[in-house]
Design a protein around this ligand. Structure first.
Ligand SMILES: C[S@@+](CC[C@H](N)C(=O)[O-])C[C@H]1O[C@@H](n2cnc3c(N)ncnc32)[C@H](O)[C@@H]1O
Length: 265
């Protein structure tokens, strides 16, 4: 599958690292709610053995591979970073899933697919990043078959953020722009979808940690810790990344949550 020529977005922090490049090297990307949230989306989107699914902004490919294993569907995963796609391809080869899952570098704002190709488009923790969110959702809808589903899991503001929190996010480098629960539903409706699920959740750090372990398993977590230790010793950018991550304002969890949204075309 041919990769799109895309300009990788500039998401370097003040301390000079790109959190996404570090996550790609680390081999783990994530979204709130873990595999349980993905299951809700998959079921609401009626994903089954014959489904052809797009995972938009798939990171290192964890969701496409687990959807293909669990539901027997075929999945195409796209991500704007070639480092993520390289990891995702490695993962599919290692787990002998390359016949069911394909990966491609592409920007969700300009998907390289014909109209009406997929039974369902899933996207988890991505919409905060593209500049033109309306365009991204319009692209999800365009490539979905009539009667098919678009299922989104997005981090949202559940309370208006404080200036300190906004400043922290800006310093953390990402051009992250979170939407609210209402914005998310409006975005789906503006693109002509019938909203069949809209559910907001609060974040509990402990539950999130459990959800991540359940998603990738202890073996992978231990492997990642070992890789993290090596990166900590050899890479100053990774040390800066960890310092920033540990410096996340404690009250952030009270302002941020996540929402699951499913729209029918
Ligand atoms: C927080 S990670 C989530 C990854 C994955 N969905 C998961 O749940 O593990 C966000 C991902 O979105 C990708 N991304 C950001 N902007 C994008 C865009 N415009 N087009 C495609 N992917 C994008 C990033 O490269 C990153 O891999």
């Amino acid at each position: 599958m041919e990769d799109q020529q895309v300009l990788t977005p500039e998401t370097k922090t003040e301390s000079g690292y790109d959190p996404f490049e570090i996550q790609a090297e680390f081999g783990i990307t994530k979204h709130m709610g873990g595999v349980d949230a993905t299951d809700i989306l998959a079921k609401q989107c009626r994903i089954g053995a014959g489904s052809h699914v797009l995972d938009a902004g798939c990171g290192v490919g964890i969701t496409p591979i687990s959807l293909a294993k669990q539901y027997g569907c075929t999945v195409v995963g796209v991500d704007i970073r070639d480092s993520m796609i390289a990891r995702a391809r490695e993962r599919a080869q290692k787990q002998q899933m390359a016949d069911k899952v394909q990966f491609r570098v592409a920007d969700v704002q300009a998907l390289p697919f014909e109209d009406n190709q997929f039974d369902a488009v899933i996207s988890e923790s991505v919409l905060a990043f593209p500049e033109d969110k309306l365009r991204a959702v319009a692209e999800y809808v365009r490539v979905t078959k009539h009667g098919g589903y678009v299922g989104l899991n997005e981090t949202i503001w559940i309370k208006p953020p404080t200036p300190e929190l906004l400043e922290y996010l800006a310093h953390a480098g990402s051009q992250t722009q979170l939407l609210t629960h209402e914005d998310m539903q409006a975005l789906l409706r503006a693109n002509g979808l019938e909203v069949v699920l809209a559910q907001a959740y609060e974040i509990s750090p402990r539950q999130e940690a459990r959800a991540q372990i359940k998603r990738v398993g202890w073996g992978h977590i231990l492997g990642s810790w070992w890789r993290a230790l090596k990166m900590y010793v050899t890479k100053p950018a990774y040390r800066a990344y960890l310092q920033d991550a540990l410096g996340t304002p404690k009250e952030a969890a009270g302002y941020m949550g996540y929402g699951l949204y499913v729209g029918r075309k």
